[in-house]
Design a protein around this ligand. Structure first.
Ligand code: CUA
Length: 157
């Protein structure tokens, strides 16, 4: 009889742990007001970015109500444009590419984190619900100035 009760207790504890793990993941994905929706891209000639409609002039463009696109060039050892500014409660799709070597593109404190590979366009969509400032970091070693390579994302109130 006692053994049966202990079994029940362990079953309950196991359920509590599983629910706890799921809550942690959900909390991590939504709590900071910025949520990654997808990440896929396309290809590009990394030696001719200056001839590309999107990347000749790195910038942020409004493409709809509360919808923005950012064309970002990650190069040794800067992100362009910098800062990236967007109003709160908008959806922002980053298109990021590199003319030189592999870089990283991480919005610090969120799950938006991707590799930027010469010849490829990294596409990342995030939802920006709350105002705030986020650092953008390169987390792939890309040369002597790697540790100085950073940018800023400003979500305006
Ligand atoms: Cu760019 Cu490290």
């Amino acid at each position: 009889m006692n053994i049966h009760n202990y079994e029940k207790l362990w079953l309950v504890l196991a359920m509590v742990m599983i629910i706890g793990f799921i809550s942690t993941v959900v909390y991590g994905a939504t709590a900071v007001g910025i949520e990654m929706v997808n990440d896929e891209g396309g290809t590009i000639d990394s030696t001719a970015l200056e001839e590309d409609d999107r990347f000749a002039e790195p910038r942020v463009e409004r493409v709809g109500d509360n919808e923005y696109e950012a064309y970002v060039v990650a190069r040794q050892f800067i992100f362009e444009p910098d800062p990236i500014e967007i109003p709160a409660n908008s959806t922002l799709t980053f298109y990021v590419t590199s003319p030189d070597v592999i870089h990283g593109f991480e919005v610090v404190g969120t799950n938006a984190n991707a590799m930027v590979i010469p010849g490829e366009v990294t596409e990342l969509t995030v939802e920006l619900n709350e105002p705030g400032e986020y650092g953008i970091l390169c987390n792939e070693y890309c040369g002597g100035g790697h540790h100085t390579m950073e940018g800023k994302l400003i979500v305006q109130p």
